[in-house]
Design a protein around this ligand. Structure first.
Ligand code: NIG
Ligand code: FE
Length: 414
């Protein structure tokens, strides 16, 4: 007898499908398509059909599906997509964190030799095995929290050898664990202190030596750059991104975290997303509102730095595509719990459940240029998370304290 690969999972007390939910702009909870007592028919990791659980069992008899019946109330939704993290790092920056809480700023700490450079040193000094283990443990923690697609940046190597090592490790973790890791090359995080030459020379070195290797090894299709006075200036970034684009890279920008400029550049060049936006003003907000570049807000960085949240409410009202990501990193965002962060930001920024869940599912998929996930629809990958509640509004109400009961990656429980 051949093994059936067709499954029905359910019943879900409520299923948030996001079928036809608007990609951009404000949403209210009544915009959410919610199915009650729903089931999902899955074959070969893809969604075949969604319907009432009992109805689905009857209508799909000929396919002889295995029924995985869920006991007790659960609310299901697409697997969570965290579109911005830096989890491949060594060491810890608790000393920076404590210093910031006495009033020293993030940029001052960096200027005094702490900050990103400190993590670069610790990451370079970590063995490949150690870095692999640390990255894997962090990715698995995200998986347990319902994340089924996780973007992971390099950016703590900052040399040909060490950037490639980070990307190799991220790819290896991707092969070893069930959730998808999407590697992004962030070699343009800052100019490393041991590089002889200026920003311009460093970016040329990346374009001429590192990026061709990344292509050859197929370790990342995406690049990122930190646009900031203390990192790379707008015009430096313009040249780098333009060259990388010609080489076929997709790109994203760390922009408007401490000063504006990055978002405008990202939108002009057609970045998939501009991330941060804490200091974006009306001009930037209106621009993002009209752009197809996703505005990815990072509440974890605001919580880690003790600063204001990005203007998510205004961005949504302006019509922007707003994704929400954790920015898990050792400096500005050490927490790494996306639901907790999104819920807290939501209470402060006045975001609806619909806007928050959209921001961590299909809108986050758009930030990564992924069209095959983020909504529960026919032909989408069957990445699903189920929370042990009756009503979807209980999830954010508990601000991250309710953990998923089940997570399915391509239809398989993890
Ligand atoms: O997204 N802003 C630049 N990069 C990271 C922080 C990196 C670090 O502090 O180690 C961020 O906040
Ligand atoms: Fe970041």
């Amino acid at each position: 007898m051949s093994e059936s690969k067709t499954y029905i999972i359910g019943p879900f007390s409520q299923l948030l499908t996001f079928d036809n939910t608007s990609l951009r702009g404000a949403l209210i909870n009544s915009d959410l398509p919610i199915l009650e007592n729903a089931g999902i028919l899955i074959s070969d990791g893809k969604i075949i059909k969604i319907d009432g659980f009992e109805k689905l069992i009857k209508s799909s008899k000929s396919e002889n599906p295995i029924v995985e019946e869920i006991e007790g109330d659960v609310v299901g939704m697409p697997g969570i997509i965290d579109a911005h993290t830096h989890i491949c790092y060594g060491g810890s920056r608790h000393i920076d964190y404590a210093a910031r809480n006495t009033g020293v700023s993030y940029l001052e700490i960096a200027r005094n030799g702490g900050g990103i450079w400190d993590t670069v040193t610790k990451t370079r000094n970590a063995s490949a095995e150690e870095l692999y283990e640390l990255t894997k443990i962090r990715a698995e923690k995200c998986g347990a929290n319902g994340v089924t697609t996780l973007e992971v940046k390099s950016g703590y190597g900052l040399s040909l050898e060490h950037e490639l090592r980070q990307l190799k490790i991220i790819n290896k973790v991707n092969e070893e664990i069930s959730i998808d890791l999407i590697p992004t090359c962030l070699a343009a995080h800052i100019k490393p202190k041991d590089f002889e030459g200026g920003n311009k020379e460093y970016l040329t070195y990346l374009t001429q030596e590192l990026l061709p290797e990344v292509i050859k090894k197929r370790w990342s299709k995406r690049i990122d750059i930190f646009v900031e006075e203390d990192a790379f200036l707008v015009e430096e970034a313009r040249k780098y991104l333009t060259e990388a684009k010609k080489m076929g890279f997709q790109f994203t920008v760390h922009g408007d975290q401490f000063s504006t400029g990055g978002s405008k550049l990202g939108v002009e060049l057609g970045a998939l997303s501009v991330d941060h936006l804490e200091v974006s003003g009306d001009q930037e907000i209106n621009m993002m509102g009209k752009s197809n570049t996703v505005a990815t807000v990072l509440p974890g960085a605001s919580l880690g730095l003790g600063c204001n949240f990005a203007p998510a409410r205004k961005l949504l009202n302006a019509g922007a595509i707003v994704a929400i990501a954790s920015d898990w990193n050792p400096g500005s965002g050490p927490m790494g719990d996306l639901i907790t962060q999104a819920a807290i930001m939501g209470a402060s920024e006045k975001l609806s459940d619909a806007e928050i869940f959209a921001g961590i599912t299909f809108r986050a998929a758009a930030a990564l240029g992924l069209a095959d996930r983020g909504r529960l629809q026919q032909n989408m990958i069957s990445d699903i998370v189920a929370f042990p509640v009756q009503d979807y509004r209980e999830i954010l109400y508990h601000q991250g304290q309710i953990k998923p009961k089940f997570v399915w990656k391509k239809g398989k429980i993890i």
